[in-house]
Design a protein around this ligand. Sequence first.
Ligand code: AMP
Ligand code: MG
Length: 533
Amino acid sequence: MDAKVRPLGLDELDIRNPFLDVLPGDDGPNQVRQTPGACYSRVAPRRAKSPTLVAASNEMLEALELDPAVAKTPAFAEVFAGNRLLDGMDPHAACYGGHQFGHWAGQLGDGRAINLGEVATRAGDHYMLQLKGAGQTPYSRMADGLAVLRSSVREFLCSEAMHHLGIPTTRALSLVVTGEGVVRDMFYDGHPRTEPGAVVCRVAPSFLRFGNFEIHAARGETEILRALADYAIVTEFPELGDPRESADPAAIYADWFEEICRRTADLVVDWMRVGFVHGVMNTDNLSILGLTIDYGPYGWLEDYDPQWTPNTTDASGRRYAYGNQPRIAMWNLSQLANAIHPLIGRTEPLESALEGYATRFNERFLSAMAAKLGLAELAEGDQALIEETQRLLGAIETDMTLFYRHLADLDSESDPAEVLAPAFYREDQMTDDYLARLRRWVDDYRARLARDGRDHASRHAAMNRVNPKFVMRNYLAQLAIDDAEQGDYAAVNTLLDVMRRPYDEQPGRETWAARRPEWARHRAGCSMLSCSS
Ligand code: AMP
Ligand code: MG
């Protein structure tokens, strides 16, 4: 933050509601219902019994120009549990629809999220503050609008970790426990338990999803669809121009879709690069800003397996498995294209943008994988080496993150089996056949490096800038959750701090970089997750 900018107190935030000012809403009762004609419903957050702060993000406090000391005050926990509204806050839940697991699901909406209002900073940025887990809204369908500590810790930590990895994401300002229990049947198998309730304050310039546009298209509300698109473009994509004042608004809508395709391609490249599996890539969980949004049953590839999905709900279809993410993002973009088609009236620009997605993804994916290998730039024949690397990773249980991180240490002399040892899960898989294959791959790799002619130190540094040492592994989050459920928040805060510098060595913190231990192989929360949260 600019040193000259005086940090603010909570009551000094400039909070606005342009979304509510411009778009049609609904002031009906807070009960589950359809809300045709509305982009949102006004709704008050539920009171939490005794809010206690678990953790806050210093970087997010700074971005909001808040004094970090504010987070330690009781008022902060009250506000970000939903117990007290600040001046200018006008809480509301957004209406959206979505395709879930490939099928149109109709109206969904913010069922457990309540937007408080948008902070306008002196730096000229805007940030919507959104409470997740602050009670029912008209979109809560069969559920209670609450969130448990387990899933809130996961969202809070992972969204901040993602930001520090340099990957576009919604952020998290705070994590508060409510002092009340919430009953959840984690695997929907008749074993409910009472868990601590929690509220995360998420932050993003906008939480608009593909589904916000789909719902109005599905309802035939073309004028609302247009108003929403105009709002999104003017506030989040101002460089594209203002469709309301353009002689050719269709061209602006087409450019906008192209930009969403570009951002989505870049986002998925980033996910693939670090081994992130979103887990529920329904169209209501894709951001039009190209942000990672809705951290539910996500996971990180440990043992490299393109067919792996962390989400037990998806175990049979594996629709959202690691290796399917690029294709599913494209499918989701096609749904968005269908939704905004009435604004453009022609399919050609939409189809060409979708083709652009595929081209951009493929190019950038190969460049990202080349960078992971420490190649100065992508050259003829590198695709074959990249594909062979992926087959090698899949040949035996190999930790993707540790493989690339330790690969940086390989020089012309070292023994690859030794250098890469921390990445291998099972001693019994280190057969002579595998070792011979590894050596053949290393020979090819070294030959390719020799063509680059980069010295070891600069290749090492370049690789460590793109291959994180620390990622928010499920078992690490679970360790922090186990403690947090006992009222001990130290591990949550340590992890938050470790994940602030994922590409740094951070000597003394090796345990937070270790591959998944055996106890976590089949433990709920570590290897299996559900949408229950
Ligand atoms: P998700 O799987 O998180 O994308 O959620 C899908 C839909 O279910 C969204 O409309 C959510 O708002 C809603 N939902 C999920 N969990 C809850 C909950 N505990 N209470 C109310 N609505 C929920
Ligand atoms: Mg969602």
